[in-house]
Ligand binder design. Sequence first.
Ligand code: EPU
Length: 462
Amino acid sequence: MDFFRIQGGHRLSGRITIEGAKNAALPLMAASLLTTGRVKLTNVGPLADIRNLGSLLGKLGVNVDFGSDDTISMTTVDESCLHAPYDMVKTMRASICVLGPMLARRGRAVISMPGGCAFGTRPIDLHLRGLAKLGAKIEMDGGDIIATADRLKGATVFLGGPNGSTVLGTANVLSAATLAEGRTVIESAACEPEIVDLANMLNRMGAKIRGAGSPRIVIDGVEALGGCEHRVMPDRIVAGTYAIAAAMTNGDIVIDDFPYDSLLAAINHLDEIGVHVSKVNPNDDDFRCSVRVSSNRVLKPTIITTQPHPGFPTDLQAQFMALLSIADGNSIITEKIYPERFLHVAELSRMGAQLYRQGSTVVVSGVRQLHGAPVMASDLRASASLILAGLAAHGETIVSRVYHLDRGYSSMEKVLNSLGARIERCKETKAEVAEDAVPAIIPSIRGAGLTARAAQEPEAKA
Ligand code: EPU
């Protein structure tokens, strides 16, 4: 297992380009199951999650060709395989996004029920209810979901849940409805930009979709879809993470391919905090533009509540917590999408952050300086927040288990080092790995805290 050794205190400057969005690419890849035509995606980062979904699609009869130039081409060659097994689904919860496309095209899909994840139970009831509304028969057997339908039939589907809509649930129902008979209306659809990207690609494949990006999406089903080529939208969470890296180091950087209009809530908060984010060329397209991010480290506190898009994204909550840890005053962060998504709190506290959690709210009392410490990554965005904290901290920070990070950021250490950071990727020795695996009650020379968390880590991922 790799870990990062970070020497903090180096100001970031320079220029970087944002990669394609993981959370857009995954449902786009799954949509290749809707056709036997070739689907070619460009601007796809070399991420662990992308490779994992590629392997699953391979198992489902799709020829997946990873190009050398950030492209993936997918062609379905065998539609007889219908089972997404547990050993593949458990490594990546987002595997659930093959359910809708496979059911719509093949009439049957058997998918292992994804488990919970590091930040909660993560149900999929809305996905299943939505597909059932389109006429699918849904059964459970031995931990598998078995969905069957001769041909799906258009219907009005309501996808609102206790914490808002569902992003991958919307992707599943939307993708399935493209091949259903008649009209489907999705009410309370997720408005996330990744859904717009999916609808744009499906329309390019011959689908008839209107309203993506709003809470009401209308889909007129078609008989068949064809192949297409599509450029994946830039990753708004990666973009936000690097903007915070600049803010936490007194930095001054330019970010190209910055998805400005997808990040308005975060930019608004950065502005309140005193971080300057401005378009380099005001006439650039807001979808993808160059921005300059700078800060003089006089950071003001703020109040953040995560919400479905266009509200503040949960996937930037941990990173903003790191930023607000060094603001001048008290901030309040409330998590409304995943009320348990706070594994980073204990780790940031080890670095000197003053954090007080009550249920789904954390009061962040800003300190002048964080201190380097050994900390453990526990999920993708928590890992990013620890690395940000390490950049600003005094001294050395060791972040272990960075495989979580590699799921969603390609070579983050190289990107940050190109801006002047000092991060070294190191391999854990066998002895260190074995030590991580010992039970929580056995004291560890590397710190009992680290060992205790290692024993608790769940397998299913975001
Ligand atoms: N929910 C239900 N029932 C469902 C589905 C969801 O109650 O059937 C609840 C969830 O428990 C949660 C809320 O609805 O409280 C939103 O969950 P959603 O279904 O939207 O999450 P997701 O589609 O599984 C995607 C991203 C997550 C991101 C969320 C929210 C992908 C691959 N994952 O997950 O990304 O946090 O939307 O924006 O697109 C990440 O990248 O780090 C990550 C976790």
